[in-house]
Design a protein around this ligand. Structure first.
Ligand SMILES: [Zn+2]
Length: 100
């Protein structure tokens, strides 16, 4: 039998298990500002130029993937807390209070 542990509190999930999927997406402002003038450019020539640049670049690196997803398994208690405060901002505030 597969045992799941809560990704938040680390305890074995004995009751209901909740799966949370977070999508991280890089937002590019230049994509949003694409105009018809951009579309009128000779894209084939531009792509050919880029490909020839790639051939001559030895250490060519692919850009980071635009979308990443994070999957979490949470117990009921942690799911309730996550629903109320996904970024744990309340928790961080409490820990940042000076004891003086
Ligand atoms: Zn938990």
């Amino acid at each position: 039998m597969i045992q799941y542990t809560c990704d938040q509190c680390g305890r074995v999930i004995s009751g209901q298990r909740y799966a949370i999927q977070i999508e991280i997406r890089r937002v590019s402002d230049t994509e949003a500002q694409l105009t018809t003038a951009d579309l009128d450019q000779d894209n084939l020539q531009q792509i050919a130029d880029e490909i020839s640049l790639m051939d001559s670049t030895v250490e060519f690196k692919l850009p980071e993937p635009i979308t990443k997803s994070v999957k979490l398994d949470l117990c009921t208690g942690c799911t309730r807390r996550f629903e109320k405060d996904p970024l744990s901002r309340d928790t961080h505030k409490r820990f940042n209070i000076s004891p003086n």
